[in-house]
Design a protein around this ligand. Structure first.
Ligand code: AMP
Length: 491
C-alpha cells in the first residue's frame, strides 16, 4: 500500500491528502484518477466520461481540494450534482478529505432548510456542493456569491440535463468568473453535454473510459424470464438463492413502488423504498439505514438511485427491465465497484427477453439467461431438462412452466449454487415457479393482475380469464403465442 500510494504523489497529490487516503484504505489511483488529476491540478478544463464506481468523485475532489487556499475565506470550488443523495455523498467526501486541511464544505440541497444553509453560507465555506435548483435560488437572492469560485464541477452532467437542470446550470455559469476552470463528468457524453462543453470550455482535456468498458468487468449479468404475475416471486427466489446482505431493486414507476415494497415485506424480505418525491429527511434516513444493514432490499427508481455509492453492494435486481442500455449501465454500476464482485439480475417476461439481447449487443457485454428450478440457478436448457424429467416421473398432470421462454437463450454453464436443488420432493413436478414453498401472496398477486397461468401477450395484465385452465385458451391469442404454445406446451 505504501508503495502504491506513491502513485498519488507522482500525480501531484500532496502529503496531507495521501495520508488521509491511506487512512481510508485507498492506496492506488483508479484509471480515471490517474488520468484526470494532473490536468485538474494544472487548472485545465476537463471533460470526463466516467461512471460512478470508478473513483470519479476523488478524481476531481483531491486536486480541487489541493488547489483551495484555506486561508482565504471565500467559496472557491462549486460542485453541481443532479440529486440530493449524490450531493450529500460529495459533501461527505469533501468533509473527510478537506476537513483536515482546514477546508470548509457546505451542501446546498433542495428539500433541506434554506435558512440554515444561508446561515452557514455566511462563514464562506471553501467548497460548495449543491443541486441545481437550490443553487440557482440562492444565487438569485444573492445569498450565494460565485465571484471567487475558480473551479466548477458538473457531476453526472447528463443526468443534470435529463432532469431539466440546464437553465439552472447556465445561470450558475453566468454568475461565475469568466476565467474559471470547468470540469464536466458524465456517464455518456450526449449532445447536450458536448454542446455546453464546446460553448463554455477552453481546450478541454478529454479523459475517460472507452465506451466498451462502460460496465465493470467484475460484474456478472444475468436475466431470468418469468410471467408478469411471477415477477415478485422470482425476485424472492433470486434473493433467497444469492442471499445477499444488501441489494437494490429497481422499478420503473414511482407510483407502484409502495405496492412492491409491501409485497416484499409480506414475503419477509425486509424492503424499504427510495423515490424522488420523498422528503429529504426520509430519504437520508432510509439510505443510512440501508448502508448500516438495518434492512435488506432498497426498492428504488432510477432517479432516486442515481450516483448512489453503497459500499459492498453485491446485487442489483432490475425488477422491471431498464428503459435503455444507458439506464442499465447506471443501475448495474451500483454493484461491482472498484473491482469488487457484483451481480446484476434482470427479471423479464418472455416478451421482454429481446431487451436483454439488445443491451448485451449495445454494451458488448454478456447478459446471460438463467432459470430457477427448485431453488437452483441453472442454464435454461438444464432447467428444462430437469423439469421434463420431473414431469416424466410424475404421471399426474404436467409441471407448470417456470418461465414461458422463447428459443433457447445463450446461457452457458451454470452459475454457482446450481446444484442446490431443493431437498423437498424433486419429483413433484409441482410448479417450478413457486411450488417451492413460501409463495404466500402469489395467489393474491395473480388474482390482482388477473393473469392466467400463461405468458399474457396483452399489454394490460388485466385481460384474459383468471386462474384456472382454459379449455379454449388459444382463442384470440396472437399468432406468435399460438405458435409458441404448439411447440412448447406439453398439455
Ligand atoms: P465514486 O466513483 O466516486 O462513486 O467512488 C466509488 C467508491 O470507490 C467510493 O466508495 C470511493 O471511496 C472509492 N474509491 C475512490 N477511489 C478509490 C481508489 N483509488 N481505490 C479504492 N477505492 C476508491
Amino acid at each position: 500500500m505504501t508503495k502504491e500510494i506513491e502513485q498519488f504523489a507522482q500525480l501531484g497529490i500532496g502529503e496531507a491528502l495521501t495520508a488521509a487516503l491511506l487512512e481510508y484504505g485507498i492506496g492506488k489511483p483508479s484509471p480515471i484518477q490517474a488520468e484526470a488529476i494532473p490536468y485538474i491540478l494544472e487548472g485545465r478544463d476537463v471533460l470526463a466520461q466516467s461512471q460512478t464506481g470508478t473513483g470519479k468523485t476523488l478524481a476531481y475532489l483531491l486536486p480541487l481540494l489541493q488547489r483551495i487556499d484555506p486561508d482565504k475565506k471565500e467559496s472557491q470550488v462549486l460542485v453541481i450534482a443532479p440529486t440530493q443523495e449524490l450531493a450529500m455523498q460529495i459533501v461527505r467526501e469533501g468533509e473527510k478529505y478537506g476537513g483536515p486541511l482546514g477546508i470548509g464544505t457546505i451542501g446546498l440541497i433542495g428539500g433541506a432548510s434554506a435558512a440554515r444553509q444561508v446561515e452557514k453560507l455566511r462563514q464562506r465555506p471553501h467548497l460548495v456542493v449543491g443541486t441545481p435548483g437550490r443553487l440557482r435560488e440562492l444565487l438569485s437572492t444573492r445569498k450565494l456569491k460565485l465571484h471567487e469560485v475558480r473551479s466548477i464541477v458538473l457531476d453526472e452532467a447528463d443526468q443534470i440535463f435529463q432532469m431539466g437542470g440546464a437553465d439552472d446550470v447556465r445561470s450558475l455559469l453566468k454568475g461565475a468568473l469568466r476565467d474559471r476552470q470547468l470540469i464536466f463528468l458524465s456517464a455518456t457524453l450526449g449532445t447536450d453535454v458536448r454542446a455546453l462543453a464546446e460553448r463554455e470550455m477552453r481546450d478541454p482535456a478529454d479523459v475517460g473510459i472507452e465506451p466498451e468498458q462502460k460496465l465493470a468487468k467484475s460484474t456478472q449479468h444475468l436475466y431470468f424470464v418469468c410471467q408478469e404475475r411471477d415477477r415478485i416471486d422470482t425476485l424472492r427466489r433470486v434473493v433467497r438463492h444469492y442471499n445477499p446482505q444488501r441489494a437494490i431493486v429497481f422499478v420503473n414507476q414511482a407510483d407502484t413502488i409502495a405496492e412492491v415494497e409491501s409485497k416484499l415485506n409480506h414475503l419477509g424480505l425486509e424492503a424499504r423504498t427510495l423515490y424522488g418525491d420523498a422528503d429529504k429527511v426520509t430519504r437520508a434516513t432510509v439510505l443510512s439505514q440501508f448502508r448500516s444493514g438495518k434492512f435488506r432490499l432498497l426498492v428504488a427508481t432510477d432517479v432516486a438511485a442515481r450516483g448512489l455509492d453503497i459500499p459492498g453492494l453485491e446485487l442489483v435486481v432490475h425488477l422491471d427491465p431498464a428503459a435503455d442500455s444507458e439506464h442499465y449501465v447506471h443501475r448495474a454500476g451500483r454493484t461491482g465497484r472498484m473491482g469488487r464482485k457484483g451481480l446484476s439480475v434482470s427479471i423479464v417476461t418472455d416478451r421482454q427477453a429481446f431487451i436483454m439481447r439488445k443491451f448485451s449487443r449495445e454494451l458488448d457485454t454478456a447478459i446471460e439467461e438463467r432459470a430457477l428450478y427448485e431453488g437452483a440457478v441453472l442454464a435454461p436448457a438444464e432447467a428444462e431438462e430437469r423439469r421434463a424429467g420431473a414431469v416424466r416421473r410424475t404421471p399426474k398432470g404436467p409441471a407448470k412452466k417456470e418461465a414461458g421462454r422463447g428459443p433457447a437463450g445463450p446461457g452457458r454453464g451454470v452459475s454457482p449454487g446450481s446444484s442446490g436443488a431443493s431437498p423437498a420432493g424433486t419429483s413433484s413436478g409441482a410448479d417450478a415457479a413457486g411450488g417451492e414453498r413460501g409463495g404466500s401472496g402469489r395467489g393474491s398477486e395473480a388474482a390482482e393482475r388477473g393473469g392466467a397461468g400463461r405468458p399474457n401477450p396483452a399489454k394490460s395484465a388485466g385481460r384474459g380469464p383468471k386462474g384456472k385452465k382454459q379449455p379454449n385458451k388459444d382463442k384470440g391469442a396472437p399468432k406468435w403465442l399460438k405458435e409458441k404454445r404448439s411447440t412448447q406446451d406439453p398439455s
